[in-house]
Design a protein around this ligand. Structure first.
Ligand code: NAD
Length: 353
């Protein structure tokens, strides 16, 4: 068990999954990006399910090339039924043993890192996804690909909240294109393998997940603000501060992800996020003030060179499909999620990133 994550959150995820968890009993799961933010949650949840509810344990093989896994990701402790292999998914993988599920969560997810590694970002979502689809086909395994809400680009007001049928308004050239466009191609690959080869593929489109376990050097807005709060420094709001997002606490997101992986309708894409509230980055500063119980100074500044401008103006999921098809319902409100996250960050972050 990792001391880095809140064990009460892991228990909450395992409990919320209910009898859907039995889909993993006695099965083998390959988890790519297994040492990243979401990957470490998956690992801990499977450890918990094995210890508590599954009649037969689920075996998990974590793959990660550690490119952005950071110090925490690099601390590998193998426990019974959970193994780790350092592997770059851009390279094919020889795997002859059993395989029932692939969770393809490897990716370069933070805008700071995809600005730094644009080609690696593109390759993991395209070549890496193709390699995982071919592996799934050889074993007739179910495969879930982690795409992103970023595939919608900048939706017009009529398409916010955004449903899965919105086709996107995305730039093929620009600082974010390596991420957005490669995730779109990854989705197209899933579509081809489902349509032409009958493979049970699902695409997951997460909308800004946050929670304990995010690395301080991740530079997405939540760890960035939390780091500066810890260091007693003013928060830096990029651009106008009027761009909106919705934020989904990790326990809700993991519940949605695992429901898709276990029981999503083959071939379908699912938005997983929390549609309420849709807030501006300036509202988020206020939300953090409320959750941390203290006044916070902030500056509204230009995008730094290390962070890609051209951000979508609005981002809010329509989760009707996930509600109806897999019984997904987020339940942690923003204030509660922020309190849990900031409380954790206060004990773990240095305030110096
Ligand atoms: N967390 C979110 O809010 C969010 C939102 C949208 C999409 N996603 C997607 O979900 C997935 C997981 O996100 P996360 O927040 O855990 O990201 P993360 O950056 O914390 O973890 C991703 C992991 O993938 C690994 N990786 C990258 N390239 C690899 C390669 N070629 N081979 C093997 N491993 C590789 C990294 O080392 C890292 O450990 C990503 O694909 C991301 O794009 C996440």
């Amino acid at each position: 068990m990792s001391e880095f994550l809140l064990q009460s959150d892991i228990e909450e995820i395992a409990t919320a999954l209910g009898d859907k968890a039995q889909a993993f009993a006695g099965k083998t799961v390959m988890l790519t990006g297994g040492r990243g933010f979401l990957g470490r949650y998956f690992t801990e949840v499977f450890v918990r399910l094995n210890a508590t509810v599954l009649d037969k344990p689920c075996k998990v093989i974590c793959l990660d090339n550690l490119i952005t896994a950071g110090d925490e990701g690099a601390k590998i402790t193998e426990v019974e039924n959970i193994t780790f292999r350092e592997h770059d998914v851009i390279q094919p993988l020889d795997w002859e043993d059993d395989l029932d599920f692939i969770i393809h969560a490897a990716g370069i997810a933070s805008p700071y890192y995809y600005r730094k590694y644009p080609l690696e970002t593109l390759e993991v979502a395209i070549t890496g996804t193709r390699n995982m689809l071919e592996l799934a086909q050889r074993h007739n395994a179910r495969i879930s690909f982690f795409s992103s809400s970023e595939i919608y680009g900048d939706p017009d007001a009529a398409h916010v909240p955004t449903s899965e049928s919105f086709r996107g308004n995305v730039a093929a050239q620009g600082p974010r294109a390596c991420y957005d466009e490669s995730k779109r191609v990854g989705e197209t690959l899933c579509y081809i393998f489902h349509e032409n080869h009958g493979l049970a593929t699902n695409t997951i489109r997460p909308f800004n997940v946050f929670g304990p376990g995010m690395q301080e050097t991740d530079y997405r807005v939540m760890p960035n603000f939390a780091n500066r709060i810890k260091g007693g420094r003013p928060l830096n709001v990029y651009g106008s501060g009027n761009q909106t997002r919705t934020f989904c606490y990790i326990t809700d997101a993991m519940n949605g992800f695992l429901r898709v992986i276990a029981a999503g309708v083959p071939g379908e894409a699912y938005n997983i996020g929390n549609p309420k509230p849709e807030i501006t980055m300036l509202d988020l500063v206020q939300g953090m003030e409320k959750a941390s119980g203290g006044k916070l100074d902030y500056n509204v500044i230009e995008y730094p060179d290390s962070y890609p401008a051209d951000e979508p103006l609005r981002r809010c999921p329509d989760i009707t499909k996930a509600r109806r098809q897999i019984g997904y319902e987020p339940s942690v409100d923003l204030n509660d999620g922020l309190k849990r996250f900031l409380g954790w960050a206060d004990t773990v972050y240095t305030g110096e990133a």
